[in-house]
Design a protein around this ligand. Structure first.
Ligand SMILES: [Zn+2]
Length: 285
């Protein structure tokens, strides 16, 4: 895919910044956007500007090491995170980072979104893992997301926000929208009594089909035909679908209880729920 010229990318960045704000995916000075320029450098939003009211002067150009080449002000402090995405994924041409409120609430409540619930989301996006908490704007956080972005196009950072990758800003934005919409549907289902997950074999079939039909992280696409490997590979921290998590990144132990409660919601007796809540309280949640 040809990378649009800088003038077009600047126009798109202003447009998608506004859309993120209008769709309640960020507020005030939250979030940041970036896109790869045809010469390999990165166009990104400046630190401390409102993404809903971006103007051309709020955009800066940096090199792949994060050094500013052109523009006013400083690049956003979270650029290390964006650069990690570009390093890990040569297919990634745009990154949108925002603070979608319902999805973030899932991380605060320790409820995983790495689950196979909505067929079309499994097909087009796979699952959304949560990266363990780390201080915002640090290189440590950037390094922490690296293994996740190799096999996911959308990730959540604990208590912080989402990072969505795309082959253009539109695709990265759509993934962000889908992530928050999925969080809203899942939350509503939880409010109504529980979340029914897709049967594991259907989830594996859908993900395999989706990777072949719509693409995705090259590492996952390469395994789309490997029996049983497609979904876990695209779903590093998922245990909800019944497939074992691959070694290396184990699900956070404190997520297990939340999953247990959720998996059984609808059938869980009140007593079991009270016991689970008590254990949760004792563990400090
Ligand atoms: Zn942030």
């Amino acid at each position: 895919m040809a990378i649009p010229n800088e003038t077009t990318l600047r126009r798109q960045m202003i447009q998608f910044g506004r859309l993120c704000y209008e769709r309640h995916l960020l507020v005030a000075m939250d979030g940041n956007l970036s896109a790869r320029l045809p010469d390999g450098n990165i166009l990104c939003t400046q630190a401390g500007c409102h993404k809903g009211f971006l103007e051309d002067e709020h955009l800066v150009v940096i090199d792949r090491q994060g050094k500013k080449l052109r523009g006013k002000g400083k690049p956003t402090s979270e650029m290390a995170m964006h650069l990690a995405c570009y390093d890990e994924r040569p297919d990634c041409l745009a990154v949108v980072h925002a603070h979608p409120p319902i999805a973030i609430a899932f991380t605060i409540a320790n409820v995983s979104m790495a689950r196979c619930v909505l067929p079309e989301v499994v097909l087009t996006l796979g699952t959304v893992p949560t990266v363990e908490y780390e201080t915002t704007g640090t290189q440590t956080l950037a390094n922490r997301i690296r293994p996740y972005v190799r096999t996911h196009d959308a990730i959540l950072m604990d208590r912080h926000g989402a990072v969505c990758l795309g082959t253009d800003l539109m695709e990265a934005f759509c993934r962000l929208e889908t992530l928050e919409h999925t969080a809203l549907i899942t939350k509503t289902a939880r409010d109504l009594g529980g979340v029914k997950e897709l049967p594991p074999e259907e989830a594996v079939k859908l993900r395999s089909l989706g990777l072949k039909r719509y693409g995705g992280p090259p590492l996952s696409v390469a395994k789309a035909d490997a029996p049983g490997a497609d979904l876990p590979e695209a779903c590093l921290s998922c245990s909800g679908c019944g497939n074992p998590s691959p070694q290396g990144i184990a699900p956070k132990s404190d997520l297990k209880l939340a999953r247990l409660v959720e998996t059984q919601a609808g059938q869980t007796t009140r007593l079991e729920q009270i016991i689970a809540e008590e254990i949760g309280r004792a563990l400090g949640r």
